[in-house]
Design a protein around this ligand. Sequence first.
Ligand SMILES: Cc1cc2nc3c(=O)[nH]c(=O)nc-3n(C[C@H](O)[C@H](O)[C@H](O)COP(=O)(O)OP(=O)(O)OC[C@H]3O[C@@H](n4cnc5c(N)ncnc54)[C@H](O)[C@@H]3O)c2cc1C
Length: 503
Amino acid sequence: MSKPNHIVIVGGGTAGWMAANLMAQAWQSQGIKITVIESTRIGTIGVGEGSTPYLRQFFHRLNIPEAEWMPACHATFKCGISFPDWSTNKGYENYFHPFYSMIDAPNAPLFFENCSYRRQGSDVFAHPNDFFVTSKLAQAKKSPIAATPPRKPVEYGYHFDAELLGQYLAKKALEKGVNHIDDKVLSVETIADGSISHLITENSGELHADFFVDCSGFSGLLIQQTLGEKITSKKGYLKCDSAVALPTPLNLQNNVPSETVSKALKYGWVWNIPLTKRFGNGYVYCSDYISKAEAEAELRQHLGMENSDAKAVHLHWQPGRLENHWRKNCVAIGLSQGFLEPLEAPMLYLVQRTTENFIAYFQHENFNSDLKTRFNREINLLIDGTVDYLQAHYKANTRDDSQFWIDCRENTCMSPSLSAILSGWDESRNFEMVMQEQANTQVYQRASWYCLLAGMGRFKPISEADNNVNKNRAEQNHQNANQDCTAQSEVFIAHNEHLRTMT
Ligand SMILES: Cc1cc2nc3c(=O)[nH]c(=O)nc-3n(C[C@H](O)[C@H](O)[C@H](O)COP(=O)(O)OP(=O)(O)OC[C@H]3O[C@@H](n4cnc5c(N)ncnc54)[C@H](O)[C@@H]3O)c2cc1C
């Protein structure tokens, strides 16, 4: 495809500014003009405080050190996510989902082996928490950065203030020469072939460009409202469609957790995210089962804030995704592409991948419409693979305290891939085969699936014909892994101490 002279990004939320930075990095030296237009009057969504390790790669690509961006965004380190109360199985009421790292390579196979014995009915230890170094770090509120070099690298993500991250990325993009207009887009004009020709703004007249990036959030101003792309609903798979958020105080003098806590409540789950100046909290629930007021009351009770006049923020969405993220001369990035839900915090990774793939395809020498089709298919695979992993949390829950949890567990609306994973796990023998078959299509890899399913104790009852050979070996596996993970975790520093050195 011939390179455009001018790209306009509509939207200055996290997606808009992430895209602006990556595109400026790739194209500015070639003289391509990039403009971000946003309306500060409309504002941004203001949530989205957790990331996966891919955000490290984003900052690495932009050559921005942690010591610079983290304090500016009140950011903390994230070793993984713990999941209290999704399961009521004895001994499995909480589990930790680590970001699988090279340092875990010797111990992960021991965990998989123990899971295999336990899935066959042997009475062996198969809870993930003792088999991963970052699990120990999170338990001890340690940073994933070591005082002396660890055996192998440790993967980690971050927590950050979404508003501050947007402002920080805006500053970096402007330094790279990106133009910025604070104005409202009133309408989007197209030409005969359906492509976008220009935007009509409230105060800045017409804005012409060769290519347009829709980062306008849930409104999907360009891709949905103008080009007519529809959101394909995923509500059949993922019921949660609403959230209510409330911050609580945090004192950096105390130990600061290095994990997100995603704790199940009666009609959904609540996130607890430590930043350097506050905790972010939010209750994600399904509006078919409770009202906004009931959800807020449950969150306030959970946080002990029944008598506080702090204002809660309510959000609602339709879980789903676009079929075509790139159509005509427009690509959608961020919430305009659709949104599933905040569980496992995968959405900024989607922003990153969509932008990076778009850049790679767009500058392809032999660009043709097949590449655009391939791009759309890849993004859809990424989102649908994420749906599988998120839905598996709900399928594996064992709660009976509301119809919501029972309906989630009994939900038969599932992709064939998730169905194969769950039956592969339950049928005890062929889970590894299913994992191999899906290795290239699943977004979450083997260790994540093991942690989720074993972590919730999705095992058949202990069998009478227990195998003592397995038991002895499994006991050894557990002891070795636990000792090794504990020893490895010794060289890492306390999270709050580390954060204090950065501020
Ligand atoms: C409850 C909740 C929790 C979440 N938690 C996480 C998480 O932990 N981790 C994660 O990765 N993601 C999370 N997300 C998703 C994450 O918030 C978004 O992916 C991310 O913030 C990107 O949003 P955005 O930039 O696409 O949209 P927005 O932040 O909504 O930005 C839209 C932009 O478009 C502009 N705009 C809109 N209309 C116009 C117009 N007419 N003219 C000019 N400008 C306009 C707005 O002013 C704004 O600048 C969460 C989402 C929700 C709803």
